[in-house]
Design a protein around this ligand. Structure first.
Ligand code: FMN
Length: 193
């Protein structure tokens, strides 16, 4: 078991889950993990909402398109994001301790493409749409489907990614259709009739 401490001194326990190497009360051998390509083939079929995670540390600002974003808790409001350790924005989140999650509408698919095109400059990325700081200073997109401005509470490394848990300090939303990603392409939601 590990414990992590947030900036305000609050301690969180990270309890080992079934399959974690440290916890094998039965002594049974763990099953071998599946391969990367098998994992990716299955994950391609899963439809996800598309967000852009942004952060700012002083004059450094950047962001990335992300689908690995999840609501964790409503009381207190906490959201998690999984950020590749090699992403340009990762070091900025780590340094500043803040990030904003901007879920996109269907019309904002160009923003998703800009923030997922490798190593584009921040100037090129933020040229599309109007971005403004709210509480933390991380850029928030005007007209986003839903935005969550967050302060990092803790961070857990897992494989190639760091998982950041953010306490939500401001949120906005609009009643619009959200952008979806599945099987390698951006898509619209359609009602099941
Ligand atoms: C639909 C989609 C979802 C993505 N989701 C994530 C994600 O959840 N986490 C992540 O680290 N990268 C994700 N990526 C990859 C990053 O957007 C991409 O690597 C980006 O170029 C990183 O920014 P950088 O080039 O400035 O390093 C996703 C890409 C796409 C197209």
């Amino acid at each position: 078991m590990r414990r992590t401490r947030s900036p305000d001194g609050h301690l969180s326990e990270v309890v080992p889950v079934r399959g974690e190497r440290a916890a094998q009360p039965t002594g049974a051998p763990l099953p071998a993990g599946i391969g990367e390509s098998e994992f990716k083939i299955a994950m391609r079929q899963v439809a996800c909402s598309v967000a852009v995670i942004t952060s700012r540390a002083g004059s450094h600002v950047n962001g990335l398109t992300a689908t690995a974003v999840c609501s964790v808790s409503a009381s207190p409001p906490v959201i998690l994001v999984c950020v590749n350790k090699g992403a340009s924005a990762e070091a900025i989140i780590a340094e500043s301790g803040v990030f904003a999650v901007n879920f996109l509408t269907e019309e904002q698919h160009l923003v998703a493409r800009l923030f997922s095109t490798s190593k584009l400059s921040p100037e090129e990325r933020f040229a599309e749409g109007r971005w403004q700081p709210q509480v933390t200073g991380a850029p928030v997109l005007d007209g986003a489907l839903a935005s969550f401005d967050c302060v990092v509470e803790n961070c857990i490394a897992s494989g190639t990614h760091n998982i950041y848990f953010g306490r939500v300090v401001a949120a906005e939303s609009l009643d619009q259709e959200g952008l979806i990603y599945r099987d390698g392409s951006f898509r619209r939601l359609a009602p099941v009739t």
